[in-house]
Design a protein around this ligand. Structure first.
Ligand code: ACO
Length: 377
């Protein structure tokens, strides 16, 4: 049987008009523009207006993606909406989105924290690769500001609202997701949590008194997890695709903290300008973060047909999800050819990389200690 692939055929985004700057936040909590910029890279973020709902934002992004692909809503076989901030606890927002778009297909909501959209991309891809469906719409939509305590300076400076989407269509040419990793480590489930208003601690007066209906985050724990995971998972998935980090044209990391991205670039021994960042404009838009960055990278000409892109998201759970994607159609990796000079060259470089990686990993504790020591001085 002819192998099937899932092509990224269309993309779209929606960002609310309202801008909340670091200077605005200086008037709300004990923080400074300088602290936020140097510790996170964020300058401003978007916050939903009274006209924006999770479903309306998802529909705007989804509609744009369909138009770009030249498809009608009725062409779609499945809609996946990744989110942690649906309009209601019930129904799943995906059914509202399906109805508002005018699509006639199955739809489900996917929850995997900030990693949700990349999880959705993998699920949608494999629905197409298996032959079950031909066209899947994958949306990440987030009004995360609803769960932010704007008296808590440790979280309120980080997050913003946005939505973004892609349409996947069946293709016989090698394209779309070439390799992936979906990860979860629930032992750290409480590092990023909304303690109340779920079934464990239903909404009560104490929820309001203790502000427990908002996101509580152990930033340092998430930071450590993310700094470790970004480079390691990217290395594994790039290897699984039969590629080397040098073969990747653009990295699109979760836009949570510019310092996490810089650490990832160092560990991958890649220039930081190969890592796309729009965190300064939007902050962390949770599950919309990676697709929004992807859409803007395409709009700015940083990502085009023929390019290979590696994307990684991480978040509550704790979860992570990593993909290597072929945009349009590109060259097959020499790793898959039976015998050639290119394959020998690939194998030599891969072996050298592995040796450097293992030296780097054994020196990492020393490096972390040294950086910490300099920071304290
Ligand atoms: N303004 C000024 N000072 C602040 C602020 C603020 N907004 N926030 C914290 N501080 C203070 C702290 O209180 C602390 O003061 P202290 O030393 O007197 O106790 C000091 O700054 C340093 O705090 P740290 O937590 O050590 O600061 P750090 O450099 O680790 O940066 C940050 C904090 C930005 C939250 C970082 O830990 C981080 O980015 N973590 C990862 C977060 C993340 O990625 N979360 C999203 C996951 S995605 C999802 O699913 C939602």
């Amino acid at each position: 049987m002819q192998e099937r692939y899932a092509k990224i055929a269309g993309w779209g985004k929606y960002v609310p008009e309202k801008i909340l700057t670091n200077h605005d936040l200086e008037k709300m909590v004990d923080t400074s523009d300088e602290w936020i910029r140097t510790r996170t890279g964020i300058q401003e973020r978007r916050i939903r207006t009274e006209n924006d709902t999770n479903s309306s934002m998802a529909v705007a992004a989804g509609r744009q993606a369909l138009e770009k692909a030249g498809l009608a809503p009725t062409d779609v076989d499945l809609i996946i909406v990744a989110t942690s901030s649906p309009d209601y606890l019930l129904p799943p927002v995906s059914s509202q989105v399906q109805h508002m778009l005018g699509a006639k297909c199955g739809a489900f909501q996917l929850g995997a924290g900030c990693s949700g959209w990349v999880y959705g991309l993998v699920v949608g891809t494999n629905m197409i690769r298996s032959g079950a469906y031909d066209t899947v719409l994958v949306i990440g939509s987030e009004i995360i500001s609803f769960a932010i305590d704007y008296t808590d300076r440790t979280t309120c400076v980080l997050f913003g609202d946005a939505a973004a989407a892609v349409v996947l269509t069946a293709s016989e040419e090698p394209t779309g997701v070439l390799a992936f990793e979906l990860g979860s480590d629930g032992s750290d489930y409480d590092a990023l949590i909304v303690p109340d208003a779920g079934s464990s601690n239903p909404l009560s007066q104490s929820t309001i008194d203790n502000r427990n209906g908002y996101i509580k985050m152990d930033g340092r724990r998430v930071f450590k997890f993310a700094s470790r995971t970004v480079a390691q998972s990217l290395k594994r998935v790039i290897d699984q695709a039969g590629l080397l980090p040098d073969d990747i044209d653009l990295f699109i990391p979760h836009q949570a903290n510019a310092r996490i991205v810089e650490a990832g670039a160092r560990l991958l021994r890649q220039p930081v300008d190969k890592f796309y960042m729009n965190i300064h404009k939007y902050g962390n838009t949770s599950t919309a973060s990676v697709p929004l960055a992807m859409v803007e990278a395409i709009e700015e000409g940083r990502l085009k047909d023929g390019d290979k892109v590696a994307m990684i998201a991480f978040g509550a759970g704790l979860t992570w999800a990593t993909v290597v994607v072929q945009m349009g159609v590109g060259e097959i990796s020499p790793a898959h050819s039976l015998f050639s000079a290119a394959r020998l060259n690939y194998l030599a470089k891969r072996t050298t990389n592995k040796v450097i990686d293992s030296v780097q990993m054994s020196l990492l504790p020393l490096y972390t200690w040294f950086v910490g020591r300099n920071k304290k001085k």
